[in-house]
Design a protein around this ligand. Structure first.
Ligand SMILES: Cc1cc2nc3c(=O)[nH]c(=O)nc-3n(C[C@H](O)[C@H](O)[C@H](O)COP(=O)(O)OP(=O)(O)OC[C@H]3O[C@@H](n4cnc5c(N)ncnc54)[C@H](O)[C@@H]3O)c2cc1C
Length: 244
């Protein structure tokens, strides 16, 4: 059985849109942010968040952050995720955690859909798992601890190896992440992750994440010759922005 993507929103800034609006409003106010936090109505908050986004005053968006637990993804996916530098990460260690459990590989849908390809893939995974188990059993040198052995045995594990990661991004970085990773040009697994994350944070802060997603959703693909030629349309996306 293939590992399946699971995303959980663990924490977020309380009232993230207010946090952003108060920070943005402070720039033009004679009073303190503490006072603004109480004075601003919900309408003021929504209006100002839209102004900040539209005007490019995006530093204020950094005051709202979101922490998500991401399970059931491949190492290929997390390698791409951690290229996003304006974020914080902690990932399950292949040194301390033995790679033995079931569902420990992600099978790409294109491979799962083709019985012959799936057979080849699963045989390769089984071979890798068996090699890993054997190397751990052999011990790889006298007196080496379990962690030290696992840290070398993991070299036989493939990109498909399942992993777990926790990621914290602020709203500014999330908006950027959704722009590049919800795009059809992004690899399918990180694209699924990005659409899922987008849906979750839009539930919490719909105004803050208005206008997010690939450029084509708003009319302009910027991929030039590399365009997928299949622009997203508003009807491809449900009320909170998860891809159908
Ligand atoms: C479709 C696609 C294909 C890709 N293919 C490849 C590939 O073949 N090879 C490859 O190596 N990578 C590839 N990448 C990864 C890509 O190059 C970026 O590393 C990744 O998308 C992280 O995004 P980022 O650099 O824009 O911004 P983040 O790290 O998310 O940072 C956000 C923004 O902050 C600013 N910023 C961050 N750090 C700096 C800095 N040091 N200096 C100045 N400004 C900064 C930039 O404006 C940046 O856009 C691909 C990404 C996509 C979406």
């Amino acid at each position: 059985m293939s590992a399946q993507l699971r995303v959980t929103l663990l924490h977020h800034t309380p009232d993230p849109e207010r946090a952003v609006a108060v920070a943005g409003r402070l720039c033009y106010a004679p009073v303190s942010a503490a006072e603004l936090a109480h004075e601003m109505s919900d309408e003021d908050v929504a209006k100002l968040v839209r102004v900040l986004v539209r005007s490019g005053h995006h530093s204020a968006l950094e005051h709202a952050s979101f922490t998500l637990a991401v399970d059931g993804v491949s190492r290929a996916c997390t390698h791409q995720l951690v290229r996003h530098r304006l974020a914080s990460y902690n990932q399950q260690s292949q040194r301390y955690v033995n790679f033995g459990a079931a569902d420990s590989f992600v099978v790409p849908p294109s491979i799962a859909a083709d019985p012959e390809a799936e057979k080849v893939f699963l045989a390769a995974m089984e071979h890798a798992r068996a090699a890993y188990d054997t190397l751990v059993e052999i011990g790889l040198g006298e007196g080496r601890g379990k962690e030290s052995v696992q840290e070398d045995a993991r070299f036989v594990l493939p990109n498909a190896a399942e992993t777990k990661i926790v990621v914290t991004m602020n709203a500014r970085e999330l908006r950027h992440f959704f722009r590049v990773r919800c795009c059809n040009r992004a690899q399918w697994e990180i694209r699924d992750l990005a659409w899922t994350m987008r849906g979750m944070v839009r539930e919490i802060a719909p105004v803050l994440f208005e206008g997010t997603g690939p450029n084509c959703l708003y009319g302009s693909c910027q991929e030039g010759k590399m365009t997928c030629g299949r622009p997203y349309k508003a009807e491809d996306v449900d009320g909170v922005g998860a891809a159908r």
